[in-house]
Design a protein around this ligand. Structure first.
Ligand SMILES: NC(=O)c1ccc[n+]([C@@H]2O[C@H](COP(=O)([O-])OP(=O)(O)OC[C@H]3O[C@@H](n4cnc5c(N)ncnc54)[C@H](O)[C@@H]3O)[C@@H](O)[C@H]2O)c1
Length: 463
């Protein structure tokens, strides 16, 4: 069994090396990625803006735990019409339909079954396809929807392979459609406020950031969606056959925004190391018994994965992933600058020069948060808290998506963010399988990463 596993690892490593090309030089990245030329006639979609859409007509694909709550949130948005609902399971579609009728929204067309999502994408009365399915369906659905002339909002990660990342980028550039990854953590209160502080120079130049997804999901991983788990146990299946960091974007997104990734800096390479698998193995033996089928599972995902990224401007980002250890929830969100420091977990804190060796007092901290409150929070924060969705951040995200579409503005998060943040899924696995060797991160903008001067969210008043 062990030999079989070793052989499989060697075969995968050779495949990766063949695909990505492997060479050594003194100071360069050992595993290179390949960037094909932008097809003739295709241009970048930085700051892509389309005609304003007065009423945004939406179709939802995937109505499990995440999709159902998205439908509910959308009933609180003005200028939105929910036209279609799609899932494999009829009862999930009915539950979402009930949400619409409880909120006095018009009944939506129903699509049920494996391939019915294509029919939803092909409708000519939909502007936006909102995808909340399992990971492996994200990119194929997003690409198809854009090809059918629809804008796309897709859950995290938007893609699971480098090939899929490129497909998203090329399809968005070719079709001139928006493709926004629904990275809700970019809209959480502390993240937005500290982004505002960083942009106003409070921390000086931010030279190091840390993010994570540390969430004990052992119980949920082994349940189906009818039982508060995942449909068809998609997360367990992925974690059984992959290692590295399969879910990097919650931690990475807000840090990349602070560091202006593809808006003045870019991620050049990463190194990634995972612990062996201990947690799931111990959990299944204890929960289901030594002789259970679960205990015979061959789980590949290491419990703790740590990935370190170096940027073109010489900054570093550390991203961690652990969903199989008994630990309190954390996304870290640590910012370290030349003049100050912020962290969200385990306890929010800020430290500033000249007294940066200790955190500000609660009073000083609260004062600073009030002073630097992000405009999105001032505008919609209180209402978002009432609607809910991870304390309100999910609603701020949806609100901004619809606001930008209605006003013909560039979206806050573009297809390059989606590709850059999602590409860690495969690249971290490649590095882990190659003893932590440095792996090049593709420049999905194909050389245009320095054309924008920092991250600026579009506002109607500034048009
Ligand atoms: N941003 C966040 O905070 C956050 C939180 C939870 C989950 N997620 C992401 O949201 C996605 C969904 O997670 P979930 O917890 O809702 O999972 P889930 O298993 O509860 O829901 C997925 C749904 O997709 C449906 N589906 C699968 N294939 C389909 C197809 N071909 N056509 C139509 N429907 C199909 C399933 O029937 C299921 O109802 C995942 O990508 C997950 O990573 C994000």
């Amino acid at each position: 069994m062990k030999n079989k596993q070793l052989l499989k690892t060697i075969v995968i490593s050779i495949t990766f090396i063949t695909l990505f090309g492997c060479f050594s030089s003194n100071n360069s990245v050992e595993i290179k990625s390949v960037t094909s030329k932008r097809p003739v006639g295709q241009t970048n979609v930085l700051k892509l803006a389309v005609e304003p859409i007065e009423t945004v007509r939406v179709g939802f694909i995937g109505l499990g735990s995440r999709g159902k709550s998205a439908v509910n949130r959308f009933t609180f948005l003005d200028g939105v019409e929910i036209k279609a609902l799609c899932d494999l399971k009829e009862d999930f579609v009915k539950q979402a339909q009930n949400t619409l009728s409880n909120r006095k929204s018009t009944k939506a067309e129903e699509y049920i079954g494996e391939d019915s999502w294509k029919k939803l994408c092909e409708r000519d009365d939909i502007d936006l396809v909102y995808i909340c399915t399992d990971w492996l369906n994200h990119a194929p659905m997003a690409v198809y929807a854009m090809e059918q002339g629809k804008h796309v909002a897709v859950e995290v990660p938007a893609a699971m392979t480098i090939e899929e990342c490129w497909k998203l980028v090329d399809t968005a550039e070719r079709t001139r459609k928006h493709c926004m990854m629904l990275e809700n953590c970019c809209y959480d209160f502390f993240e937005l406020n500290t982004l505002n502080m960083a942009q106003q120079g409070l921390f000086g130049e931010v030279i190091h950031g840390e993010g994570a997804y540390i969430h004990d999901l052992r119980d949920k991983i082994f349940r189906s969606s009818d039982n508060k788990g995942y449909e068809n146990m998609w997360r367990l299946k992925f974690n059984t056959s992959h290692t590295g960091n399969p879910y990097p974007t919650h931690g990475l997104g807000p840090i990349c925004q602070v560091m202006n990734i593809h808006r003045g800096d870019k991620m050049n390479y990463l190194v990634s190391v995972s612990s062996s698998q201990f947690g799931m193995n111990a959990y299944v033996k204890e929960t289901f018994g030594e002789n259970s089928p679960e205990a015979k599972g061959n789980y590949k995902l290491g419990d703790m994965n740590t990935t370190i990224i170096k940027t073109e401007k010489g900054k570093t980002i550390m991203i961690q992933h652990d969903v199989t250890s008994p630990r309190p929830y954390s996304r870290l969100h640590t910012l370290s600058g030349l003049k100050g420091f912020a962290q969200k977990y385990p306890t929010p804190g800020i430290a500033l020069e000249p007294n940066s060796h200790e955190f500000l007092s609660k009073e000083e901290f609260d004062k600073l948060i009030a002073e630097y409150e992000h405009p999105f929070i001032t505008e919609i924060g209180e209402f978002a808290k009432k609607v809910g969705g991870h304390g309100g951040m999910d609603f701020i995200m949806d609100y901004r998506l619809i606001y930008c579409l209605k006003n013909g503005l560039p979206l806050d998060l573009d297809v390059y963010d989606a590709a850059e943040w999602s590409c860690l899924v495969e690249l971290s696995e490649i590095s882990v399988l190659n003893g932590g060797k440095p792996v090049e991160i593709p420049d999905f903008t194909r050389g245009d990463w320095n054309k924008l001067d920092g991250l600026k969210f579009a506002m109607k008043s500034e048009q």
